[in-house]
Design a protein around this ligand. Structure first.
Ligand code: PGA
Length: 261
């Protein structure tokens, strides 16, 4: 279902592909080349970012990205030091990243990342010139018990408390209901619009800029992208599974272009 959006206040759209732990370097290069051939690249109104595994970043940066920007899927909150297995925000800048996903629900679930840590990561990432894409989202049982906004506001408040309103104002927020990630059960456009509008109002209340781009993530496909992009408060998408398929991702970028025409 499409929802209302006014044509007079069109913000630019951001389409981000989160490849998660997929693709070897050659496969990554092939996919980006294919996206280039399909024209799934940025223009003045649509920014396209892909977030491959760390191991593919250098190869992609070195081989040219066809106007697609590079992001990472995580970073550490410290500049450097004895953090075995971690990667710093500076290292990501060094290999050509301009974005970093922070606080994805898979990291919250599997590595117990807290909102305070997420805030520290966002703060540090922005300091070194990476734009954080900060993920928030509710569990199925939280939605079913009517706690969606309470949970989201709690996550946002704690991140803002740690990172500062200024940092969050310069970041991107991704609303990713946990029950919609990788399940094929995307939230409806109406559900997404309601939550995004509430998040935007809450951000303004706590002195974060209401102009922060708010992306939706969770089973975004070529088939549901147009409906999602038609929502007034949806500024783009964070795409997991569908970003690994060139045609599908290219179609999502195409739908984003239609939105901002
Ligand atoms: P999905 O993943 O599109 O496969 O649901 C989204 C995400 O995890 O960011």
């Amino acid at each position: 279902m499409a929802c209302q959006r006014s044509t007079t206040e069109v913000r630019s759209t951001l389409v981000v592909g989160n490849w998660k732990m997929n693709l070897l370097r050659n496969e990554a290069l092939d996919l980006v080349a294919e996206l280039g051939r399909l024209g799934a690249v940025a223009n003045e109104l649509v920014d396209v970012v892909i977030c491959p595994p760390f191991t593919a970043l250098t190869s992609l940066a070195d081989h040219g990205m066809h106007g697609i920007k590079l992001g990472a899927q995580n970073c550490h909150f410290s500049q450097k030091g004895a953090y075995t297995g971690e990667v710093s925000a500076e290292m990501l800048c060094d290999v050509g990243c301009s974005y970093v996903i922070i606080g994805h629900s898979e990291r919250r679930r599997d590595y117990n990342e807290t909102d305070a840590e997420i805030g520290r990561k966002a703060h540090h990432a922005l300091q070194v010139g990476l734009r954080p894409i900060i993920c928030v989202g509710e569990l199925l049982e939280e939605r079913q018990s009517g706690k969606t906004l309470e949970v989201l506001f709690r996550q946002i408040d704690e991140i803002v408390e740690t990172a500062g309103a200024d940092v969050v104002s310069k970041s991107v927020i991704a609303y990713e209901p946990v029950w919609a990630i990788g399940t094929g059960l995307a939230a409806t456009s109406a559900q997404v619009q309601d939550v995004h509008a509430a998040i935007r109002a809450h951000l303004e209340e706590i002195t974060v800029s209401g102009a922060v781009p708010i992306l939706y993530g969770g089973s975004v496909t070529a088939a549901n992208a147009a409906g999602l992009f038609s929502c007034q408060d949806v500024d783009g998408a964070l795409v997991g599974g569908a970003s690994l398929k060139a045609q599908e991702f290219a179609q999502i970028v195409h739908e984003a272009r239609q939105r901002t025409r």
